[in-house]
Structures are given as C-alpha cells and as structure tokens.
Design a protein around this ligand. Sequence first.
Ligand SMILES: *Cc1c(COP(=O)(O)O)cnc(C)c1O
Length: 445
Amino acid sequence: MNHDESRALYDRALSVMPGGVNSSVRATRPYPFFVERGDGAHVVDADGNRYLDYVMGYGPLLYGHDMPDPVRSAVQSYASDGPMYGAPTEIEVEHAEFVARHVPSVEMVRFVNSGTEATVSAVRLARGYTGRDKIVVMQAGYHGAQESTLVEGEPGDVHPSTRGIPQSFAEHTIPVPFNDRETVTEVFEEHGDDVAAVLTEPVLANKGIVAPVDGYLQHLRDLTDEHGSLLVFDEVITGFRVGGLQCAQGKFGVTPDVTTFGKIIGGGFPVGAIGGKSEIIEQFSPAGPVFQSGTFSGHPVTMAAGYEYLKFAAENDVYDHVNRLGEKLRRGITDIVEDHAPSYTVVGTDSMFKTVFTREGPSDRSECCSAGCEQRESCTRYDYCPKTGADVGDAETERWERIFWQEMKEQGVFLTANQFESQFVSYAHTDEDIEETLEAYKTAL
Ligand SMILES: *Cc1c(COP(=O)(O)O)cnc(C)c1O
C-alpha cells in the first residue's frame, strides 16, 4: 500500500494542528491515513487505498458511510432551508418525542452538541438537583473531555488525569473499579450523603468493552436509591446501539434517573443530549435553576439527521442485521483465538466487538462464551476475563498498537487504533465482509 499522499498531508497538518489532528485517538503511528471519502462499509484514503471500516466514526455511523435515502434528503432539505436560527423548530420536538417514546428513563430531553457537553451538563444537573458535590465514576470509564471525570486514583487518593485541571476539582470525584460491589458500597457507607450521582457507562465501551457482571448495575441502582443520589447512565456509545431503541438500560433492565446520549442520535453530525424524568430535567434553565445553554443546541440539520436515522432503525431490520453480523464476527474471532492466541478474550455485545489481548487463561475454552464475554460465572475463564478498566490496561496493549493494528490495516481492515476503544459493525457490512475480516484476523493474530 502506498501512503505518500497521507504522509504529505500529515506533514502539513503537524505545522498547524497540535499532533496534526483534532482528536487525540486519530494520531495513529507512524502517521494516520487521511480519508478522502466513505463508501458503504469502506473508507477510501488520500492515496486511493480502500479499507473495510469498523471504526465507524468511533460510534455514530450505524449505517456506515452512505446515508439512508430519508436521512440524505432530510439533511439536504434542512441545510438548504437555512442551517440554523436561534429559535425553536418542529424537528427538535419530533426528535425529543422519539427518544422519550423509546428510552425507559426518558420523559424529557435537552439536546446539546457533543457527548462531552452532555456529561458535563448531567453532572451539573445532578449537583444542582441534589445540592451535593461528589460524584462517583468508574476507574477508566470515559465521559469525554470534562474536568470532573478526567481523574485517576482510588477513593481517598484522587488526582486529575491530565495537566490543566486543579487538584481541588478532582477531590469531588470518587473513582471506583467497575464491577466491584464492595468498593462502591464502602464509598456510599462513608460518603453516601454527599454523593450527587454515580456516573457510569452501562458497558465500559472505551476501555476494551467490559460487560457488567450479573447484578452490578442493579446494585448501583439500589445504592443510589438508598442514599438519595442519582444514577446517571452515560449511553453516548450504547444508546440506540446496545439493546436497540430501548438502549442498554432496556437490555439490562435497570432504569437510571438521567441518561446522556451522543453519537448515533445525531445521524453523523455533532450532538449530545441529557434525558430523564421531567422533575429532574426541568431543573435546567430556563425551566429551573441549573444553567444550560448553547448556540448550536438542537441544530436543525443534526436533529433532522438524527431523527431520520432513528426512525429508519425503527422501521427496518437494522438492529437484526448489525447484531447478527456482530455475533458472527465475535463467534468467528473466538474460534480463531482458540487456535492462535488462547489467552485472548473476545468481548462485545450487539454490534460492538473487540479482542482484549489478555495474558492468561485456561486453554480449555469448551464451556466458554462463544460470541463475546458475557461474564458468566460458570465459565472456566471467568477469573481471567476483564472485569475492570485496569484489567484491560494490563493486557498486551503495545502489541495491539504496534503490530496487530498495523497488520490489519495493511490487509485493508480499519480497526480502532488502540486496545481500548470499541469497534462497530454497521448496516452497510455484509456476510462477505465478515468472512474477509476473519481471514485477516487469522493472519494478524
Ligand atoms: C464518545 C463518548 C463521550 C464523549 O462524546 P464526544 O461527542 O466525543 O464529546 C462520552 N461518553 C462516552 C461513553 C463516549 O463513548
């Protein structure tokens, strides 16, 4: 594969953009390929190379790169009518009604412009509603680039995870290990009356994909109820993907007080949203005392794209298709791993998948999950499958980045560049694509 054009573009980019990119994960080694255009499940780079794409914009692109017809015509029509106004439009109401109709926790929605903005606003909302300052998050969970959640450490020993955030901010955040009932229970015993919210992804999807163990999400629900704290699910990735239109909360049967959305609900355009019971969401200004505002919020083109995106999923076999291919891919990778790398763990659910390069595990996998780790206690690998973000961090992360990812790319398969971010099957992928991908895994693993 020739990459001369991408190399030259990256050279230019390095002079005018930090790291040559506008979002850190894009700066792949030794230099990223620059995309010229999308084509169904493929992307074509500046040198004309075609890749089968499982990055899918890091989550938003449920249909791949070709917009379904109703989405395309809505986008074109709303853009040509005049892109935005600073006054409300019907399409915002329509989108909000759709989300409220399908997602168990949602009666009302506030739309914003990114997942980050959604989680920032949700944390402010939880603090405003409860009059408390502390929030509990999962170690290595991801909620975007926000000051309250870019922290690391243990309860009682918390630090910002980046330069530029005052230590005093981090002190209001308590990170606990995902799937660890005891630690979060202890935190609530000590600080329960000061905790505004527990904020978690229902499935850690930015750190290898870690599924919740049986009863963990319900445990968080019970603890927050007992202590008058809010349970906030960050469904920016899982929303309208895991569990289909009811989202992960429907799939797992645990209803949070507040849900944050992003990615898919904008149909490929910048978006975020905060949803929940009216009593809570109405704390946002102008209805309530918690300030929240945005020039581009509820942008008509985004709202039209997002609404038509979801409506198309409701009216077609979208989730059946992506979930079936997701399962086929996870099943195929599981078989390959058994032969080529028996210590590795295949993870994911619905249309998400990843292979965590775990270092240990029994070689007998006969009783194990056949299409992605479900955290079954009866599985012989139960003690070796990642339960927390730290477990994923302990895997062979360098191997993914430096060898495996590069080899897959050279074979024309575009995966997320490091061990941590989830990968996605889209409606544009076919059975043949999955078979081709499995051949590439066979060579690269
Ligand atoms: C992507 C993501 C975010 C951040 O969304 P942006 O639109 O990138 O700001 C927040 N939470 C989760 C779970 C995400 O996956």
